[in-house]
Design a protein around this ligand. Structure first.
Ligand SMILES: Nc1ncnc2c1ncn2[C@@H]1O[C@H](COP(=O)(O)OP(=O)(O)OP(=O)(O)O)[C@@H](O)[C@H]1O
Ligand SMILES: Nc1ccn([C@@H]2O[C@H](COP(=O)(O)O)[C@@H](O)[C@H]2O)c(=O)n1
Length: 412
């Protein structure tokens, strides 16, 4: 197999060197180019530098191999190795991103080389190494025996930042699905390796009738975990004499853990299909009574986008991006309410629920960027957009606030 570098001439390349800052951007050229200071810092004076990516035509195998490598790198490499997420892409061109890793090994051991050599024995894994001479740095195909495999030198050439963060380019139909068919295809492609896919597809097939006439209102309650969705949806069910549904629906519960352990392509397709099953239930139930839905497409899209996009909130797709548009073939609710509480109150609620203190604090601290991105993505979703509800007051006050909104917007 021809091994082609992830970082290639003609493409813009990025390395998530520091998650709090912009990625470091560069291109490649066949003539030597002087590195900027920041690039020198990244490449450093340390001994060994590698890039690594999966090259494979089958998207399911590629996603799984990438996830396996990510796990291996983080669990095996010593503290002397830094592993950065890296991409190469064509600016503004959807699905042009090739994802991989950049490894900086400061140790004197051969741990990273041993691991890379093992990975490299797979036809699908390509490893390139970097050499420095003064202010110049270039990449070459890496072979542990001969050190380099005589490929042409490609010099690292500093470049200006891309207008759109690379992780936004591959979201459509990899992280977020905008039609049932696209999500369905992913699970069809998985049936050999994940037998449960067949059962999920069967459940989807059984629920195809999703059209809804002028039935009762459908109200979706969204929000991060521990914002009070369960508490509120139960109270609304009683007070409105409504039917309470969830996405993913109960019939998918036995499969959830299985799909949660899969890479984003497969996991997100599973949740997308869950929404279509819930839509079918909504279609039927809203003929009889108002329907309250605990999480729906806003959650599926917001979590998927926030996970796919590295680093800061500023890296999210811009407001108004088509990535925030509701899928045309998915039943729309009449009202979507987003419960928000400040991080301290959410932490208190998580604690009261009995979650281990250190774990939850670590989660809030480490995932601060993630939480901000999920909340912001929720707010950017359109048609329908969500209405923000301050869920900090007591459960009774939140219920009253929401009942008032439902009366005004849905005339219930
Ligand atoms: N308005 C409120 N004021 C104070 N505590 C609340 C309020 N609403 C819910 N809680 C408490 O906060 C915790 C989380 O609430 P709940 O389980 O309803 O959240 P959730 O959004 O459904 O969470 P998850 O998505 O993780 O299931 C529970 O212990 C609940 O009793
Ligand atoms: N409609 C939905 C609902 C959930 N998800 C995914 O599940 C996670 C949150 O679920 P909870 O049981 O904790 O509420 C979240 O990570 C989402 O990725 C979804 O995609 N779509």
């Amino acid at each position: 197999m021809l091994r082609r570098a992830m970082f290639r001439c003609g493409q813009l390349c990025s390395v998530e060197f520091d998650l709090r800052a912009e990625p470091l951007y560069f291109t490649l050229s066949s003539s030597p180019q002087v590195l900027h200071h920041a690039h020198q810092q990244l490449f450093g004076d340390c001994g060994k530098l590698f890039s690594l990516h999966v090259q494979c035509a089958n998207r399911i195998e590629k996603a799984q191999t990438h996830a396996e490598i990510k796990h291996k790198l983080s669990s095996t490499l010593s503290r002397d190795c830094d592993v950065f997420e890296a991409s190469s892409f064509i600016p503004d061109v959807a699905n042009s991103v090739v994802k991989g890793f950049f490894i900086r090994d400061k140790s004197t051991t051969t741990l990273s080389e041993d691991l890379l050599n093992t990975l490299r024995q797979s036809e699908r894994v390509c490893v390139f190494s970097y050499k420095r001479e003064g202010q110049y740095c270039w990449q070459e195909l890496w072979s542990p025996v001969n050190q380099v495999e005589g490929s042409e030198r490609q010099y690292i050439t500093p470049a200006a930042a891309a207008e759109h963060h690379p992780s936004t380019l591959n979201i459509r139909n990899s992280d977020v699905f905008y039609s049932m068919d696209e999500a369905y295809k992913v699970l069809q492609e998985c049936t050999d390796i994940i037998p449960e896919s067949k059962e999920v597809l069967k459940l989807v097939d059984e629920q195809l009738e999703t059209s809804r006439g002028d039935g009762f209102p459908v109200i979706v309650i969204e929000g991060l975990d521990a914002t009070g969705k369960t508490t509120l949806t139960e109270a609304l069910r009683e007070s409105l004499n409504a039917t309470l549904l969830k996405s993913p629906p109960q019939c998918l519960a036995p499969f959830r853990q299985r799909f949660d352990s899969e890479p984003p392509l497969i996991r997100r397709a599973f949740y997308a299909l869950g929404n279509y099953i819930t839509a079918a239930h909504i279609g039927k139930e809203s003929l009889r009574a108002p329907v309250i839905v605990d999480r729906y497409w806003h959650s599926t899209a917001a979590y998927a986008i926030a996970t796919a996009v590295g680093g800061r909130v500023e890296n999210l797709p811009r407001p108004g991006s088509e990535l925030y548009q509701w899928p045309e073939d998915l039943l729309q609710p009449n009202l979507v309410l987003l419960l928000t509480v400040n991080p301290e109150e959410r932490l208190r609620r998580l604690r009261d629920r009995g979650q281990d203190k250190t774990v939850e604090e670590a989660e809030l601290e480490i995932n601060q960027f993630f939480r901000l991105k999920v909340e912001e993505a929720y707010k950017r979703i359109q048609n329908p957009a969500c209405i923000i509800v301050d869920a900090s007051p007591s459960p009774q006050e939140v219920l009253q606030q929401v009942q008032h909104l439902i009366r005004n917007k849905c005339h219930l």
